[in-house]
Design a protein around this ligand. Structure first.
Ligand SMILES: [Ca+2]
Ligand SMILES: [Ca+2]
Length: 223
């Protein structure tokens, strides 16, 4: 009796191990399939096209969304939020999956048309003006690419008073330096809007500061 129990428990452990490996492979295969379903058409590439966006980079972009079935526009970053381009970290789920894939390897000035199937867009349910099971098309224009990924070293550079927390003035100082380094300094309202956007997306507990945990999204991402 006793040894029978042992055997069952061992075979269960073995199955658990093998089965989880198999489902992992199936998952990977599916991810690869899904990835192929995003259709990327490059509309314009500047002569000098570096740096190119990669996972974890902070990019500034305009993107307009259309329904594939009739070409009607459901989102336009040029008219919404006072036409301010969106500021986002690429490849980590801040936008729909298809856009995360479609905005990879882009440089400042590049324009693309990205066609995204419903599973990588707004799914079976749809969202707002996007109906259920809709294929969507985004016209994307990238305006700037700031190299990531977010490292704690970069956090340390931004955290001027070294209290392990980022305030709006600290982030602003950093952005100003980044833009000046790139030879394209901007005016104050530009930075203010960008900072509001960054805090809206990262200051999850809304205490007006970005903690190391809120900043280092890769800690959550790679779990
Ligand atoms: Ca600080
Ligand atoms: Ca916070």
């Amino acid at each position: 009796m006793h040894s029978g129990k042992m055997w069952r428990s061992r075979s269960f452990t073995l199955c658990f191990f093998v089965c989880s490996q198999i489902s992992l492979l199936a998952l990977l295969a599916r991810a690869a399939e899904d990835k192929d379903e995003v259709k990327i058409e490059v509309v314009f590439v500047p002569e000098v096209c570096t740096p190119k966006s990669k996972k974890g980079d902070l990019i500034n972009a305009h993107y307009d969304g259309y329904l594939a079935k009739d070409g009607s526009k459901f989102y336009c970053s040029r008219t919404e939020k006072e036409g301010h381009p969106q500021w986002l970290v690429v490849g980590v789920g801040q936008v729909i999956k298809g856009l995360d894939i479609g905005m990879m390897d882009m440089c400042a000035g590049e324009r693309r048309k990205v066609t995204i199937p419903p599973a990588l867009a707004f799914g079976e349910k749809g969202k707002g003006p996007v109906p259920p099971n809709a294929t969507v098309v985004f016209e994307v224009e990238v305006l700037s690419v700031s190299t990531g990924p977010r490292t704690m070293e970069a956090f340390g550079r931004m955290d001027l008073d070294k209290d392990r927390s980022l305030t709006k003035p600290e982030v602003k100082e950093y952005l100003k330096l980044e833009y000046e380094k790139g030879g394209k300094p901007r005016d104050d309202p530009f930075y203010e809007k960008m900072i509001d956007d960054i805090f809206r997306k990262n200051d999850h507990d809304r205490d007006g500061q970005i903690s190391p945990k809120e900043y280092n999204i890769f800690q959550h991402d790679e779990l």
